[in-house]
Design a binder for this molecule. Structure first.
Ligand SMILES: [Zn+2]
Length: 233
Protein backbone atom coordinates (compact mmCIF):
# COMPACT_ATOMS: atom_id res chain seq x y z
CA UNK A 1 0.00 0.00 0.00
CA UNK A 2 2.86 2.36 0.86
CA UNK A 3 4.36 1.61 -2.49
CA UNK A 4 1.08 2.48 -4.25
CA UNK A 5 0.92 5.71 -2.30
CA UNK A 6 4.49 6.59 -3.27
CA UNK A 7 3.63 5.84 -6.89
CA UNK A 8 0.55 8.06 -6.60
CA UNK A 9 2.71 10.82 -5.17
CA UNK A 10 5.18 10.40 -8.05
CA UNK A 11 2.39 10.63 -10.64
CA UNK A 12 0.83 13.68 -8.97
CA UNK A 13 4.21 15.38 -8.62
CA UNK A 14 4.94 14.73 -12.27
CA UNK A 15 1.59 16.26 -13.29
CA UNK A 16 2.23 19.24 -10.99
CA UNK A 17 5.66 19.80 -12.53
CA UNK A 18 4.22 19.55 -16.03
CA UNK A 19 1.55 22.13 -15.21
CA UNK A 20 4.23 24.37 -13.73
CA UNK A 21 6.30 23.99 -16.90
CA UNK A 22 3.23 24.59 -19.09
CA UNK A 23 2.59 27.89 -17.33
CA UNK A 24 6.15 29.06 -18.02
CA UNK A 25 7.03 27.86 -21.51
CA UNK A 26 9.16 30.44 -23.36
CA UNK A 27 6.89 30.01 -26.39
CA UNK A 28 4.21 31.98 -24.50
CA UNK A 29 6.59 34.93 -24.03
CA UNK A 30 7.58 34.68 -27.68
CA UNK A 31 3.91 34.89 -28.69
CA UNK A 32 3.40 37.90 -26.40
CA UNK A 33 6.42 39.58 -28.01
CA UNK A 34 5.10 38.89 -31.52
CA UNK A 35 1.65 40.19 -30.56
CA UNK A 36 3.18 43.30 -29.04
CA UNK A 37 5.17 43.91 -32.24
CA UNK A 38 1.96 43.58 -34.26
CA UNK A 39 0.08 45.96 -31.94
CA UNK A 40 2.90 48.50 -32.26
CA UNK A 41 2.83 48.11 -36.02
CA UNK A 42 -0.95 48.68 -36.08
CA UNK A 43 -0.77 51.78 -33.89
CA UNK A 44 2.13 53.20 -35.94
CA UNK A 45 -0.06 52.86 -39.05
CA UNK A 46 -3.03 54.42 -37.26
CA UNK A 47 -0.87 57.36 -36.13
CA UNK A 48 0.40 57.98 -39.66
CA UNK A 49 -3.11 57.81 -41.15
CA UNK A 50 -4.41 60.16 -38.44
CA UNK A 51 -1.62 62.63 -39.23
CA UNK A 52 -2.43 62.51 -42.95
CA UNK A 53 -6.08 63.24 -42.14
CA UNK A 54 -5.09 66.12 -39.88
CA UNK A 55 -2.90 67.56 -42.64
CA UNK A 56 -5.75 67.21 -45.15
CA UNK A 57 -7.94 69.27 -42.84
CA UNK A 58 -5.17 71.86 -42.41
CA UNK A 59 -4.73 72.12 -46.17
CA UNK A 60 -8.50 72.59 -46.68
CA UNK A 61 -8.56 75.36 -44.05
CA UNK A 62 -5.55 77.06 -45.64
CA UNK A 63 -7.13 76.92 -49.09
CA UNK A 64 -10.34 78.38 -47.77
CA UNK A 65 -8.44 81.18 -46.09
CA UNK A 66 -6.42 81.77 -49.28
CA UNK A 67 -9.63 82.07 -51.30
CA UNK A 68 -10.95 84.66 -48.82
CA UNK A 69 -7.67 86.59 -49.06
CA UNK A 70 -7.85 86.49 -52.87
CA UNK A 71 -11.36 87.98 -52.76
CA UNK A 72 -10.24 90.71 -50.36
CA UNK A 73 -7.23 91.46 -52.54
CA UNK A 74 -9.37 91.69 -55.73
CA UNK A 75 -11.70 94.09 -53.96
CA UNK A 76 -8.80 96.30 -52.80
CA UNK A 77 -7.21 96.18 -56.23
CA UNK A 78 -10.51 97.35 -57.72
CA UNK A 79 -10.67 100.23 -55.23
CA UNK A 80 -7.05 101.14 -56.03
CA UNK A 81 -7.94 101.62 -59.68
CA UNK A 82 -10.59 104.16 -58.77
CA UNK A 83 -8.87 106.24 -56.06
CA UNK A 84 -7.18 109.51 -56.97
CA UNK A 85 -5.80 110.73 -53.64
CA UNK A 86 -2.20 109.47 -53.31
CA UNK A 87 -2.50 108.94 -49.56
CA UNK A 88 -5.57 106.73 -50.04
CA UNK A 89 -3.78 104.81 -52.78
CA UNK A 90 -0.80 104.29 -50.52
CA UNK A 91 -3.01 102.97 -47.74
CA UNK A 92 -4.64 100.52 -50.16
CA UNK A 93 -1.28 99.38 -51.47
CA UNK A 94 -0.13 98.79 -47.93
CA UNK A 95 -3.20 96.65 -47.22
CA UNK A 96 -2.66 94.71 -50.44
CA UNK A 97 0.98 94.11 -49.47
CA UNK A 98 -0.15 92.75 -46.08
CA UNK A 99 -2.62 90.39 -47.79
CA UNK A 100 0.08 89.22 -50.19
CA UNK A 101 2.39 88.50 -47.28
CA UNK A 102 -0.29 86.53 -45.49
CA UNK A 103 -1.15 84.68 -48.72
CA UNK A 104 2.50 83.75 -49.20
CA UNK A 105 2.70 82.41 -45.64
CA UNK A 106 -0.38 80.29 -46.27
CA UNK A 107 1.15 78.93 -49.48
CA UNK A 108 4.32 77.99 -47.62
CA UNK A 109 2.34 76.20 -44.92
CA UNK A 110 0.22 74.36 -47.45
CA UNK A 111 3.32 73.27 -49.35
CA UNK A 112 4.94 72.04 -46.13
CA UNK A 113 1.76 70.09 -45.29
CA UNK A 114 1.69 68.51 -48.76
CA UNK A 115 5.36 67.55 -48.45
CA UNK A 116 4.77 65.98 -45.06
CA UNK A 117 1.80 64.04 -46.45
CA UNK A 118 3.89 62.71 -49.29
CA UNK A 119 6.66 61.71 -46.90
CA UNK A 120 4.14 59.89 -44.65
CA UNK A 121 2.67 58.19 -47.72
CA UNK A 122 6.10 56.75 -48.49
CA UNK A 123 6.46 55.56 -44.90
CA UNK A 124 2.98 54.00 -45.06
CA UNK A 125 3.96 52.06 -48.18
CA UNK A 126 7.03 50.72 -46.35
CA UNK A 127 4.83 50.04 -43.30
CA UNK A 128 2.30 48.05 -45.36
CA UNK A 129 5.17 46.03 -46.82
CA UNK A 130 5.99 44.70 -43.36
CA UNK A 131 2.47 43.41 -42.65
CA UNK A 132 2.93 39.89 -44.03
CA UNK A 133 6.08 39.25 -41.97
CA UNK A 134 4.51 40.64 -38.80
CA UNK A 135 1.34 38.56 -39.18
CA UNK A 136 3.38 35.46 -40.05
CA UNK A 137 5.52 35.93 -36.94
CA UNK A 138 2.39 35.96 -34.76
CA UNK A 139 0.98 32.87 -36.50
CA UNK A 140 4.27 30.99 -36.15
CA UNK A 141 4.60 31.92 -32.48
CA UNK A 142 1.01 30.79 -31.83
CA UNK A 143 1.58 27.47 -33.62
CA UNK A 144 4.76 26.90 -31.62
CA UNK A 145 2.91 27.58 -28.36
CA UNK A 146 -0.02 25.35 -29.37
CA UNK A 147 2.39 22.53 -30.19
CA UNK A 148 4.33 22.71 -26.93
CA UNK A 149 1.10 23.00 -24.92
CA UNK A 150 -0.41 20.00 -26.69
CA UNK A 151 2.71 17.96 -26.01
CA UNK A 152 2.72 18.87 -22.30
CA UNK A 153 -1.04 18.27 -22.07
CA UNK A 154 -0.53 14.75 -23.45
CA UNK A 155 2.09 14.07 -20.76
CA UNK A 156 -0.23 15.52 -18.08
CA UNK A 157 -3.01 13.23 -19.31
CA UNK A 158 -0.73 10.19 -18.98
CA UNK A 159 0.35 11.12 -15.45
CA UNK A 160 -3.23 11.94 -14.43
CA UNK A 161 -4.51 8.66 -15.80
CA UNK A 162 -1.80 6.81 -13.87
CA UNK A 163 -2.74 8.70 -10.70
CA UNK A 164 -6.44 7.89 -11.20
CA UNK A 165 -5.71 4.21 -11.63
CA UNK A 166 -3.58 4.19 -8.45
CA UNK A 167 -6.29 6.02 -6.52
CA UNK A 168 -8.68 3.24 -7.49
CA UNK A 169 -6.47 0.82 -5.60
CA UNK A 170 -6.15 2.86 -2.41
CA UNK A 171 -8.66 3.14 0.47
CA UNK A 172 -10.80 6.29 0.48
CA UNK A 173 -9.76 7.33 3.99
CA UNK A 174 -6.10 7.27 3.05
CA UNK A 175 -6.78 9.32 -0.07
CA UNK A 176 -8.56 11.96 2.03
CA UNK A 177 -5.50 12.18 4.27
CA UNK A 178 -3.19 12.24 1.26
CA UNK A 179 -5.15 15.03 -0.47
CA UNK A 180 -5.30 17.11 2.70
CA UNK A 181 -1.53 16.81 3.21
CA UNK A 182 -0.86 17.60 -0.44
CA UNK A 183 -2.88 20.79 -0.03
CA UNK A 184 -0.93 21.70 3.10
CA UNK A 185 2.57 20.90 1.85
CA UNK A 186 2.88 22.23 -1.68
CA UNK A 187 1.68 19.02 -3.31
CA UNK A 188 3.94 16.61 -1.40
CA UNK A 189 1.95 14.49 1.06
CA UNK A 190 4.28 11.60 1.55
CA UNK A 191 7.99 11.56 2.22
CA UNK A 192 10.63 8.92 2.71
CA UNK A 193 12.81 8.46 5.70
CA UNK A 194 16.40 8.66 4.46
CA UNK A 195 18.72 7.76 7.30
CA UNK A 196 17.14 9.72 10.15
CA UNK A 197 16.01 12.52 7.86
CA UNK A 198 12.56 13.22 6.37
CA UNK A 199 13.08 13.93 2.66
CA UNK A 200 9.94 16.08 2.67
CA UNK A 201 11.09 18.74 5.14
CA UNK A 202 14.79 17.74 5.24
CA UNK A 203 14.80 17.80 9.02
CA UNK A 204 16.32 15.09 11.19
CA UNK A 205 14.23 12.90 13.43
CA UNK A 206 15.56 11.72 16.75
CA UNK A 207 16.94 8.20 16.74
CA UNK A 208 13.87 6.99 18.64
CA UNK A 209 11.44 8.73 16.24
CA UNK A 210 13.23 7.29 13.24
CA UNK A 211 13.20 3.90 14.83
CA UNK A 212 9.44 4.18 15.42
CA UNK A 213 8.89 5.06 11.76
CA UNK A 214 10.94 2.07 10.68
CA UNK A 215 8.81 -0.18 12.86
CA UNK A 216 5.42 1.18 11.83
CA UNK A 217 3.05 -1.80 11.69
CA UNK A 218 2.14 -2.97 8.21
CA UNK A 219 -0.98 -1.23 6.93
CA UNK A 220 -0.28 1.84 9.05
CA UNK A 221 1.52 5.05 8.13
CA UNK A 222 3.70 7.21 10.35
CA UNK A 223 3.74 11.01 10.33
CA UNK A 224 6.88 13.10 10.21
CA UNK A 225 6.98 14.76 13.67
CA UNK A 226 8.50 17.88 12.03
CA UNK A 227 6.30 18.54 8.98
CA UNK A 228 3.36 16.19 9.42
CA UNK A 229 3.74 14.45 6.08
CA UNK A 230 3.16 10.74 5.88
CA UNK A 231 6.54 9.17 6.34
CA UNK A 232 7.60 5.78 5.01
CA UNK A 233 10.86 3.99 5.75
ZN1 LIG B 1 9.09 16.00 7.46
Amino acid sequence: MNDLLLQLQAADTEADQLRHRRARVPERDALADAERARAEWVSAGDAMRARIEQLTEEIATEEQESATLDQQRARLAGQLRTVIAPREAEALQHQIALLDERRSQLDDRELAALEEQSEIDDRLTEHAGREAAIVAAVDEARSALDAVEASIDADIAVATERAESLRGQLPEQLLVRYDRLRGLHGGVAIAKLVGNRCDGCHLDLSAAEAEAVRHTPAGDLADCPQCGRMLVP
